[in-house]
Design a protein around this ligand. Structure first.
Ligand code: GLU
Length: 383
């Protein structure tokens, strides 16, 4: 029986833009493509679109479909990276063919986008990607994204689609990310939590590892994805893909799945800050004293050179850097200065910059418009 959400859980009736993450085990079950699931999903999406809700899909399944299609002799869990890359090349086509065959009769157009972390790291390719996505969404096409497994360099892989989906949700500024799973939500002692407002020690202790035969991330990557979105005041729901019409039921405000949403710590970053928060391309770390850390954390000030103690890494002007105090990294931003320049001006007042550097330049090291606070140390354990 569906329960009404507890009075305190916010309804999801006003969601306007939705990212759905579908795992390999949802797309591909019992040695064949899960057509009933995809059909039900297409039906729901077509109705949601008519209500003016934008939908973006992140779907896994390329490697497992390739593995199945070629009857690959090695078990899935023992595949090497090159094998996965090759199998993804076979399976991605099958995946999209199934989406097309099932979504088209519902009047839905789909558009494939394959990306890797490198495409998000570079500000210019990130913006191109975002523009392409917006163009598709405006034309009522459903973008279907997956990692570009076949060409991604190992170090630049997202590695799991929970992370990729959270990045995509941030990029398109979605109201909600729904992560489909084969369990009912986040469970503590076997009981589903309805609403989680903070990833605290209790939650971290209850993350049971492991994934099913074809999955990649397990619960840890899902919680990390939820945490990233919560920091930006966004919502994420982990819910079972098995129930019919479950998306519509969720958006009607019923109590299914686990909602991750922190109504009090919402930061609502600007577009540029959302990109900084993804933090894939931090090139170094600036260590600051307690005074500077307090100014940044409590007052939302810009970072000045006077409070800088140490520089680590070899970054250039405009690069992304982490900002740390004695207890670790607590912020991230874009530096107005290279690491070399910062070594000369650290601890100095901005009036001395022109003498120390031999040129007129910025007053701040990281301007507050380009700076994102990353939340508590507890939450840092997730990143
Ligand atoms: N990109 C992989 C695939 O399509 C899946 C990664 C994941 O399971 O998170 O097979």
């Amino acid at each position: 029986m569906l329960r009404k959400p507890p009075a305190s859980r916010p309804g999801l009736e006003s969601i306007k833009r939705l990212v759905i993450k579908i795992g390999s085990s949802s797309v591909f079950g019992k040695k064949k493509v899960n057509r009933p699931f995809l059909k039900d999903l297409a039906n729901q999406i077509s109705r949601l679109q008519k209500k003016g809700i934008d939908v973006v899909i992140v779907s896994s399944g390329a490697v497992s479909l390739g593995h199945w299609q070629l009857q690959w002799p090695k078990p899935f869990g023992q595949l090497s990276v090159p094998e996965k890359q090759g199998l993804a090349a076979v399976g991605q086509g099958i995946l999209m063919e199934n989406f097309r065959r099932i979504f088209q009769p519902q009047g839905l157009h789909i558009g494939q986008i394959l990306l890797s972390a490198a495409d998000m790291n570079r500000r210019d390719s990130y913006l191109h990607l975002r523009n392409a996505m917006e163009t598709l969404i405006k034309a009522k096409v459903i973008p279907v994204l997956n990692e570009n497994d076949s060409v991604a360099v190992e170090e630049l892989l997202f590695g799991d689609n929970d992370t990729l989906a959270a990045n995509v949700a941030l990029m398109v500024n979605a109201d909600l990310l729904v992560i489909f799973s084969d369990i009912d939500g986040f469970l503590i002692d076997g009981v589903r939590e309805s609403w989680i407002k903070k990833i605290d020690t209790k939650i971290l202790q209850n993350i049971s590892g492991g994934t099913n035969q074809y999955g990649t991330g397990g619960m840890m990557t899902k919680i990390r994805a939820a945490d990233l979105l919560m920091k930006n005041g966004m919502k994420c729901v982990i819910q079972n893909f098995n129930a019919r019409k479950s998306l519509e039921v969720l958006l009607q405000g019923r109590d299914i799945g686990t909602l991750f949403f922190n109504p009090t710590e919402a930061q609502h970053w600007s577009g540029k800050k959302r990109w900084i928060a993804l933090g894939k391309s931090s090139r170094g770390t600036i260590f600051v004293d307690n005074g500077a850390a307090a100014q940044l954390k409590k007052k939302g000030s810009s970072l000045l050179a006077i409070g800088i103690r140490e520089i680590e890494g070899n970054f250039s002007m405009g690069d992304q850097v982490d900002i740390a105090d004695a207890s670790g990294v607590f912020a991230r931003g874009l530096s107005h200065f290279s690491a070399q320049e910062l070594t000369k001006i650290k601890g100095h007042h901005s009036s001395e910059f022109s003498i120390l550097l031999g040129k007129n330049t910025y007053q701040t090291v990281v301007h507050r418009n380009n700076l994102v606070l990353l939340g508590s140390q507890e939450e840092q354990h997730l990143s």
